[in-house]
Write a protein that binds this ligand. Structure first.
Ligand code: ATP
Ligand code: MG
Length: 221
């Protein structure tokens, strides 16, 4: 199963004086949901952008299953290996629910009919009922939109799911729902799930908890 290792990672924004990440060492594993907590501005989103291949660290290495990710083709990494889920869902507003989830499959050359089949399976996995497949995202609740965004992530085929405050805009019931989807993906399907969150209840049900403080990451559980 996937093993993602950050080894002595440091990061400094251009023109900034101080490192935002300072010698970060950690491991995220397939089959587990990990939470990353910590105060605002401590570097959580920066850490996710490095994992997502959106940014390169100033020092250190990221390895996936023993392979140095930083020397891999970054487009391929972003397209095939990792998927990012945001607080604001970021669905395509002019595509239906089903079309949103088919999109990454079609981008990877899967034919329309096959893509629709896979997309429906992914929507089922996250608990979206078929009568909602033809709706536009605006006609779904926030929790449903986030589940569609997760289904779309699954369509990209990535086994590493990175979520930045995925429940930040949701009420308690929808938050529980999303977290149980993530837990199922990790525990039953082997996904490596990393959730950045301020919510202590999410941390409490995570398999691992990491705390970011002043650019350092400490394992708490
Ligand atoms: N593009 C940028 N250029 C310069 N500094 C930045 C940039 N983006 C973020 N920072 C700074 O880097 C530090 C870490 O930011 P980051 O967004 O990673 O924090 P965070 O832990 O995700 O915070 P929050 O919980 O508020 O989302 C902050 O001090 C922030 O001001
Ligand atoms: Mg952030």
């Amino acid at each position: 199963m996937t093993e993602l290792i950050l080894d002595h990672i440091s990061y400094k924004y251009r023109k900034a004086e101080k490192d935002v990440l300072k010698d970060v060492n950690c491991r995220f594993s397939g089959g587990e949901m990990a939470a990353v907590t910590g105060p605002s501005g401590s570097g959580k989103t920066t850490l996710l952008s490095i994992l997502a291949g959106l940014d390169e660290p100033s020092g250190g290495t990221v390895q996936k299953d023993g392979q140095d990710v930083l020397v891999m083709d970054r487009d391929l990494w972003r397209r095939k290996e990792v998927s990012v889920i945001f607080q604001s869902f970021q669905l395509f507003p002019l595509l239906t629910v089903l079309e949103n989830v088919m999109f990454p499959l079609e981008l990877n050359g899967v034919s329309g009919k096959e893509a629709a089949g896979h997309a429906k399976e992914n929507l089922k996995l996250v608990g979206i009922a078929p009568e909602k497949f033809r709706r536009f995202p605006a006609n779904l609740s926030g929790g449903e939109q986030q589940r569609v965004a997760i289904a779309r992530s699954l369509s990209g085929g990535a086994k590493i799911l990175l979520a930045d405050e995925p429940t930040g805009n949701l009420d308690e019931e929808n938050t529980e729902n999303i977290i149980s989807v993530f837990r199922r993906l990790a525990h039953e399907m082997g996904y490596c799930v990393v959730v950045v969150t301020h919510d202590p209840e999410i941390a409490a049900v995570s398999d691992k908890v990491w705390q970011m403080k002043d650019g350092k990451l400490m394992c708490q559980k």
